[in-house]
Design a protein around this ligand. Structure first.
Ligand SMILES: *[C@@H]1O[C@H](CO)[C@@H](O)[C@H](O)[C@H]1NC(C)=O
Ligand SMILES: *[C@@H]1O[C@H](CO)[C@@H](O)[C@H](O)[C@H]1NC(C)=O
Ligand SMILES: *[C@@H]1O[C@H](CO)[C@@H](O)[C@H](O)[C@H]1NC(C)=O
Ligand SMILES: *[C@@H]1O[C@H](CO)[C@@H](O)[C@H](O)[C@H]1NC(C)=O
Ligand SMILES: *[C@@H]1O[C@H](CO)[C@@H](O)[C@H](O)[C@H]1NC(C)=O
Ligand SMILES: *[C@@H]1O[C@H](CO)[C@@H](O)[C@H](O)[C@H]1NC(C)=O
Ligand SMILES: *[C@@H]1O[C@H](CO)[C@@H](O)[C@H](O)[C@H]1NC(C)=O
Ligand SMILES: *[C@@H]1O[C@H](CO)[C@@H](O)[C@H](O)[C@H]1NC(C)=O
Ligand SMILES: *[C@@H]1O[C@H](CO)[C@@H](O)[C@H](O)[C@H]1NC(C)=O
Ligand SMILES: *[C@@H]1O[C@H](CO)[C@@H](O)[C@H](O)[C@H]1NC(C)=O
Length: 858
């Protein structure tokens, strides 16, 4: 800067320039000076400071005047922590804080101390928090969350940090809403700090190669400023932490990563300040404190185990959200003076993020901080799942090691603008965990327990099958039993646990199907007829009667049944039982209320599925197929994937049916047959399999690709009644796709429902499944990931209000603007007008709360 200034010529101009340069330098003494900084101590009537350099002010000026009912009360047990924890603001009815703010991104920090306050019992705190249009917490049971967090360093303190962006200069309302009339809401401290515009939100002008990447793809994922973020983890390498006063001016705290490391014997190094850091436009000096870039986590440089292991971190997160990971690197090792010294792979959630992380290659020099950003969708699963980060040396690397300086993980708000996750499960035992050692013990027992249970279960299973096998065998020699017995489980097999396969007598089956009455036929397949029947008097089931010309022996049949009954998955139709008697081979399945996918796509009287439903069904079916391919001891290839083999239960959950039958059906009694005889349905058949008669799981991927097109276009794969180029849906769609006009062949019933970028991506996924060369097709796992991304695109687009995909108004598109109110709570998108000023908290009717719970209405 100074040199350019001095090069300019003559007199006053030079002087002015020098002055300007000088002032520029002097402003920059503070790395980042937030334009807005509010640290308020709720319930407190005085101002005070804490050692973390925070200056807390009383909250009364920010409290919205409509909320008279809240009270300030002291905590009954003083906190050992420094902070705004002596007093709290509490209420049995909603209350609002309102902050005058300028546009731009802000941190919102919430401080809670979960304890009993005067007249407020600790366990009754349960509430939601909304900030502008965003839901930060919902039905948040504070004591439950505090008890689940066993970190002794901040006992009973709950801290939450969010980022939100304000479009205009408006008042931001933060509303606290008790869950029910019995519960109350409270808050100890609120902090709002402005941050640089593109610290976390993606700079729209940024080169797209620099934008966050959706893990496992090269697709960029823009962190748009309409999203709210919740900081889940902000960690630096090593055992030390950096407190808010050590941050670059935004009062962030940096925790130690060592708590989250799963693998042992990794080392962390702190580099002394011998090399100055050179910040860049992408990573300016306020990005993170110097110390973050000077501590690095390695695997231990000379360790021969490096090549065998991944260095692994586990981060517990809520499922059903998209997460943004920002990884920090900086090369300070003087030995590494060129690219190629240290190359490693990064895996996020076991998907490859990059196999060529080379910090020196990225930065071309020492001491240049650099970040890499990734986005990963954690699909709805159990409440909490572990997001894993793994790194591994690349075999081409000269030094077998990995390195990283810091990790940040943010949750991204969903299409409803919510960041709220579920409460943790209540602790089963009141075990008090006080220090690290007991932590470790629990870790071990948690690990060994499933293994022991698995082993016990396995042995049990085996015994039961042996027992069942002999029972069936014996029964063949005994006369056919009377129907009276038939309604309960047969003889000794009644000891089979219900989740295992049940044996039915032929008389039970005959009773259930009214002697295979034609009227009960649900479908006719290559393997035989499918009947609807009722067992145990009222449970509906689907009964598949295999064609009687089978040569299959009992032993093979039992083996196959065993295999099929072990396949349990949400997206597979479950086998309930079987019957092998009087030359009959019969399988009994759960009955699926809504029938086949095809029955809701075309040539039907049923109402047609919406686009969102179709996407969710496709994702479900893909998950089911993925499980067939990888979930069992041996790979199971379905061989007949089609829209009539994807069934729907009463909740529209997709279930893949008819799997595994190829191995027990009349035509495929041995493995060799499976690989030589072409089976499948016309229109869905993989051309490669057809030509080479070599069966791989990629044939299922092909057939699934055909189903995707059927779902998109609402027509059969082969239609003889149309013009020649349109007969084959696959050829026609490929042709249209290449011409860039896939939109033309979309099912007219979906008109206006599909977001443009969603259509593009969906087409891309379908056609990738249909490429000629099987090895080039994605795996079902890839397909699941890509379709989840497609759904995300659709939901986010719908949230913009660009597209109306459900006329019933399940979700109304809302813009950010009209959700930030300029005055108080009424305009915040919530119906709070029923809270009059005089209303006492005891009189608030229950239904008002439920209306608040679901502001969209029902
Ligand atoms: C931070 O970076 C700005 C510009 O990038 C520079 O002007 C300023 O001097 C730097 N501040 C410090 C404390 O290094
Ligand atoms: C506390 O600080 C605020 C803002 O800095 C000021 O307006 C207020 O008067 C102070 N209150 C007391 C009791 O000192
Ligand atoms: C708190 O106030 C002190 C003294 O006025 C000031 O030096 C310090 O920077 C303030 N802290 C923050 C975080 O603004
Ligand atoms: C809080 O409530 C629980 C049960 O709801 C009760 O056992 C406990 O004594 C109460 N504590 C206080 C401080 O009132
Ligand atoms: C919060 O969770 C605890 C522990 O499960 C429970 O005892 C309490 O009733 C819950 N509070 C509310 C208001 O639901
Ligand atoms: C909050 O209230 C709703 C009903 O209004 C209830 O379904 C939900 O379980 C409550 N949440 C908690 C955590 O108690
Ligand atoms: C690092 O910066 C300081 C002041 O900014 C300077 O005095 C020192 O010479 C620099 N060190 C190196 C190795 O460049
Ligand atoms: C690793 O090996 C290098 C030589 O290859 C040696 O200089 C260094 O001390 C070793 N480091 C450790 C931690 O064993
Ligand atoms: C490291 O983790 C990845 C992703 O789970 C896995 O594919 C790879 O095999 C692992 N490598 C080693 C050496 O364990
Ligand atoms: C996550 O990983 C940690 C450490 O391996 C483990 O203790 C914990 O049980 C895991 N949690 C879940 C939900 O899998």
């Amino acid at each position: 800067m100074e040199t350019t200034c001095r090069q300019s010529a003559s007199g006053t101009i030079l002087l002015l320039l020098q002055l300007w340069c000088f002032s520029f330098i002097s402003i920059a003494e503070d790395i980042y000076d937030p334009t807005e900084l509010f640290s308020i101590s709720c319930g407190s009537s005085t101002n005070f400071s804490t050692l973390d350099t925070r200056n807390w002010t009383a909250d009364i000026h920010f409290l919205s005047p409509t909320t008279h009912l809240s009270v300030a009360a002291p905590s009954l047990t003083p906190s050992t922590q420094q902070g705004p924890y002596t007093y709290a603001r509490l209420s049995h009815s909603p209350f609002t804080y309102s902050f005058p703010l300028t546009p731009g991104p802000k941190f919102i920090r919430l401080f809670f101390y979960s304890t009993s306050y005067q007249n407020f019992n600790r366990s009754q705190a349960c509430f939601s928090v909304k900030a502008g249009p965003y839901t930060l917490l919902q039905g948040f049971n504070a004591s439950l969350n505090a008890d689940a967090d066993d970190d002794p360093s901040h006992s009973d303190i709950l801290f939450r940090e969010y980022c939100i962006n304000l479009q205009d200069a408006e008042n931001l309302n933060i509303i606290f809403i008790p869950n029910t009339t019995d519960s109350y809401a409270f808050i100890n401290g609120i902090e709002i700090v402005s941050m640089p515009p593109s610290l976390y939100y993606t700079d729209p002008d940024e080169d797209y190669t620099e934008q966050p990447q959706y893990v496992g793809t090269t697709t960029p994922y823009v962190i748009e400023n309409k999203f709210a973020l919740e900081t889940m983890y902000r960690l630096k390498a090593g055992d030390h932490t950096i407190s808010s006063s050590g941050d670059t001016g935004m009062l962030r705290t940096w925790d130690a990563d060592s708590k989250y490391l799963v693998t042992q014997s990794e080392e962390s190094i702190e580099y002394k300040a011998t090399t100055n850091l050179s910040f860049t436009k992408k990573t300016p000096n306020y990005t993170a404190p110097d110390q973050v870039f000077r501590s690095v986590r390695n695997m231990g440089m000379n360790d021969s185990n490096n090549i065998k292991n991944n260095i692994t971190w586990h981060f517990t997160v809520d499922s059903g959200f998209t997460y943004f990971l920002r990884l920090y690197f900086c090369e300070l090792n003087p030995r590494f003076n060129e690219a190629g010294f240290l190359i490693f792979s990064i895996f996020i959630q076991d998907q490859l993020a990059t196999d060529w992380a080379d910090v020196f290659l990225w930065t071309k020099n020492w001491g240049v901080p650099v970040v890499r950003e990734y986005v990963v969708i954690i699909s709805e699963n159990q409440k909490k799942v572990n997001l894993s980060l793994k790194m591994h040396p690349n075999p081409k690397s000269r030094v077998s090691d990995t390195q990283i300086n810091a990790i940040e993980i943010f949750k991204i708000s969903n299409y409803k603008g919510s960041l709220a996750g579920p409460n943790p499960d209540p602790p089963t035992q009141p075990a008090v965990v006080t220090h690290q050692d007991s932590n470790k013990k629990i870790g071990v027992s948690k690990k060994t327990l499933p293994a022991v249970m698995g082993a016990v279960f396995g042995v049990l299973l085996l015994t039961l099958f042996i027992v069942a096998f002999f029972l069936v065998k014996r029964k063949k020699n005994i006369a056919v039993e009377s129907k009276k017995h038939g309604t309960t489980r047969e003889g000794g097999s009644s000891s089979l646990p219900s989740n295992l396969c049940r044996h039915f007598s032929i008389s039970e089956i005959i009773a259930a199907t009214n002697n295979f009455d034609e009227l009960n036929v649900l479908g006719v397949g290559g393997f035989g007829n499918v009947y609807k029947g009722y067992i145990d008097d009222s449970t509906p089931v689907a009964i598949k009667r295999l064609k009687p010309d089978s040569q299959q022996g009992l032993k093979e049949f039992m083996n196959e049944i065993e295999m099929l009954s072990q396949l349990r998955h949400l997206h597979l139709v479950s086998l309930i039982g079987y019957c092998y008697e009087s030359n009959e081979m019969i399988l009994v399945y759960n009955f699926m209320d809504r029938g086949t996918l095809r029955g809701h796509l075309y040539d039907t009287d049923n109402p047609l599925l919406s686009w969102k439903q179709r996407l969710q069904i496709c994702i479900g079916a893909a998950r089911g197929l993925h499980y067939l391919h990888t979930g069992a001891k041996q790979m199971i290839i379905h061989r007949d994937v089609k829209s009539t083999n994807i069934l729907l239960d009463e909740k529209w959950v997709a279930k893949v049916s008819d799997f595994g039958l190829s191995r027990i059906g009349p035509t495929g009694s041995s493995m060799t047959h499976v690989s030589t005889q072409v089976k499948g349905s016309i229109g869905y058949l993989d051309p490669e399999y057809y030509k080479r008669q070599r069966l791989t799981e990629k044939s299922d991927v092909y057939s699934y690709g055909v189903v995707l097109l059927e779902v998109l276009c609402g027509r059969q794969p082969l239609l003889r009644t149309v013009e020649k180029p349109q007969v084959s849906l696959v050829d026609w769609a490929k042709h249209r796709y290449e011409k860039g006009c896939l939109g033309e062949i979309v099912d007219p019933a979906l008109k206006g429902q599909i977001a443009p970028q969603c259509l593009r991506k969906f087409g891309e996924v379908a056609l990738s499944c249909l490429v000629e060369d099987g090895t080039q097709r994605p795996s079902m796992n890839d397909v699941v990931g890509m379709l989840e991304f497609v759904l995300q695109l659709q939901l986010q687009d719908s949230a913009d209000g660009n597209v109306v995909w459900e006329s019933s108004g399940d979700y109304e598109g809302r813009t950010t603007k009209d959700m930030f109110s300029s005055s108080h709570s009424n305009s915040s998108g919530l119906n709070t007008k029923s809270y009059g000023n005089e209303e006492s908290d005891q009189l608030i009717p229950q239904n008002v709360f439920s209306e608040l719970e679901d502001p969209k209405g029902r």
